[in-house]
Design a protein around this ligand. Structure first.
Ligand code: PLP
Length: 421
C-alpha cells in the first residue's frame, strides 16, 4: 500500500517520487537512498543559519529535560519570558507586546484579530482590511482572505471575506498604488497588511523601500493600522534583520515566524504597540484578546528561538548575510546573461528569474518539469510557476551555491522542457 501521508501542495495523482530525508546539516539534506541534496530554498524559507545549528539543537535538548509543554493562558515559563524580552530589545520600539502562536498563518490571523479588536474596543468598529495585489499571507481562512485570489484558494472563495485590493507597486506604477491606497484609506479601513519589499509566494516581486515608506506614511496620516508580515522577510533574508528597517518603517503590528527558531521547530509571534495592547486591557473580560491555540509559546520552541536570538546577538550574522548576498549577485549576473532568462532580480539573499516563454502561472507545465530536473540533480528548488528563485541557508558554501546555479543553467538549456527559446 502507498504511504497514508497526505502532503501539502502535492498532487499525489501525478505519482512523483517523494524523497525520504533521514538527516540534515548546514545546507545539505541526506536521503534514505543515499543522496546528498542541496537545500536551495531553506526548506520553504525557514532555515536561516543552517540545518541543526549546534546552539539551537543544544537549547532544544536542554529544554526538553526541563519542561515540555504548559498551558499558556494564565501560566508562564522562563523561555517565553526571556524570548519576549529579547524580542522587544531587538525589534524596533514602539513594538512592546508579544503574542505567541505557532505558524506564519496564525501570526497573521492574530494580527488581523488584534486590528479589529483594537477598533472595536475603542468603540469605533472598523472591519475592512487593505492588502496588496499578488500577496500571500498563509493558508488559513483569514490569511487566504487577505492574500491574492487564484488557483491556491479558488475552491474556498465563498468562505473568504472581502478586502480592499491595492495594486502592486510595479516599476513605474508606484504612484498608482500609492494613490489607490490614499483613496482606500479615506474609507476608514481597520488596517493595511503588507509583505515588506518583496512578495514571496506571489512570485518574488520586489518593490522599492521608498514606496513602502510612503505606504506607511499614508496609513499613519489616516490612522489606519499598518501590519508588516515579515514571516518570509524577517531574520535577515533581505539583508537586514527586518525588511521594514530598509525603509525606516516601524509597523503597528509585526508578524514573525519561519526564522524565529532558526527554522528548527514551529513558533510564531505577533508583536504589537502599547496602544493596541491597551485597547484590550481592562477589568472587563469581554474586552480581552480572544485567541489561543494549545501549543501557544511551547517551551521547547521558545528555547530554540532564544538560541536563535543569542546567535544574532553574538555571531556576525549580518556580515554572513552580506557575503552571501554578494556571492548570489555574481551568480545571478552570469545567469541573467542567458537568453532563456528574464527579469533577473535580487533582494539581499534572495534571487529570482523568469524562464520560459509567456507569463505562465503556478500551474504552468514548466514548473513540474523544472522540479523534476532539480530533483534528479539533487537540488531542492521549487519554482513558482515560471519563476525560479534561490533562497539558501546563510551557511551555504561556494561549491554548493555554484552547483545550484549550474543546474539552473542546465535546466534552462535542457531540451526536455523546451524553455530555451
Ligand atoms: N506570510 C508570508 C509572507 C509567508 O511567506 C508565509 C509562508 O510562506 C506565511 C505567511 C504563512 O506561513 P506558514 O506557512 O508558516 O503558515
Amino acid at each position: 500500500m502507498s504511504s497514508p501521508v497526505w502532503h501539502p501542495f502535492t498532487q499525489h495523482g501525478l505519482g512523483e517520487p517523494i524523497p525520504l530525508v533521514t538527516h540534515a546539516e548546514g545546507a545539505i539534506l541526506h536521503t534514505a537512498d543515499g543522496r546528498r541534496v542541496i537545500d536551495a530554498i531553506s526548506s520553504w524559507w525557514v532555515t536561516t543559519h543552517g540545518h541543526r545549528h549546534p546552539r539551537i539543537m543544544a537549547a532544544i535538548a536542554e529544554q526538553a529535560g526541563q519542561l515540555d509543554q504548559i498551558i499558556f493562558a494564565g501560566w508562564t515559563h522562563e523561555p517565553a519570558e526571556t524570548l519576549a524580552n529579547g524580542l522587544i530589545e531587538m525589534m524596533p520600539a514602539p513594538l512592546s507586546r508579544v503574542f505567541f502562536s505557532d505558524s506564519g498563518s496564525t501570526s497573521v490571523e492574530v494580527a488581523l484579530k488584534m486590528a479589529l479588536g483594537y477598533w472595536a474596543n475603542r468603540g469605533e468598529p472598523r472591519h475592512r482590511i487593505l492588502t496588496l495585489e499578488h500577496s500571500y499571507h498563509g493558508d488559513t481562512i483569514g490569511a487566504m482572505s487577505v492574500g491574492a485570489r487564484g488557483v491556491f484558494n479558488r475552491q474556498y472563495a465563498p468562505l473568504l471575506f472581502d478586502v480592499g485590493l491595492i495594486p502592486f507597486p510595479a516599476p513605474d506604477r508606484e504612484q498608482v498604488a500609492l494613490d489607490a491606497l490614499e483613496a482606500a484609506c479615506r474609507e476608514r479601513p481597520a488596517a493595511l497588511i503588507v509583505e515588506p519589499l518583496i512578495l514571496g509566494a506571489g512570485g518574488m516581486l520586489i518593490y522599492p523601500a521608498a514606496t513602502l515608506a510612503e505606504m506607511r506614511r499614508i496609513c499613519s496620516n489616516h490612522s489606519v493600522l499598518f501590519i508588516a508580515d515579515e514571516v518570509m522577510t524577517g531574520w535577515g533574508r533581505t539583508g537586514t534583520l527586518l525588511a521594514c528597517e530598509e525603509a525606516g518603517v516601524v509597523p503597528d503590528i509585526l508578524c514573525l515566524s519561519k526564522g524565529l527558531t532558526g527554522g528548527s521547530v514551529p513558533l510564531a509571534v505577533t508583536l504589537a504597540t502599547e496602544a493596541i495592547y491597551d485597547a484590550h486591557y481592562s477589568t472587563d473580560r469581554s474586552r480581552m484578546f480572544f485567541h489561543s491555540s494549545s501549543y501557544t509559546a511551547n517551551p521547547i520552541a521558545c528555547a530554540a528561538a532564544n538560541a536563535n536570538l543569542a546567535i544574532w546577538r553574538e555571531e556576525p550574522v549580518l556580515s554572513r548575510i552580506a557575503a552571501l548576498a554578494e556571492r548570489q549577485a555574481l551568480h545571478l549576473a552570469a545567469l541573467a546573461d542567458h537568453r532563456g532568462v528574464r527579469n533577473a532580480r535580487q533582494l539581499g539573499t534572495i534571487t529570482a528569474v523568469e524562464v520560459g516563454s509567456g507569463e505562465g502561472d503556478y500551474l504552468s507545465e514548466l514548473g513540474p518539469r523544472l522540479l523534476r530536473h532539480f530533483g534528479a540533480n539533487n537540488i531542492l528548488l521549487r519554482p513558482l510557476g515560471n519563476t525560479i528563485y534561490v533562497m539558501p541557508p546563510y551557511c551555504i558554501d561556494e561549491t554548493d551555491l555554484a552547483t545550484i546555479y549550474r543546474e539552473i543553467m542546465n535546466a534552462i538549456e535542457s531540451r526536455d522542457h523546451g524553455c530555451a527559446n
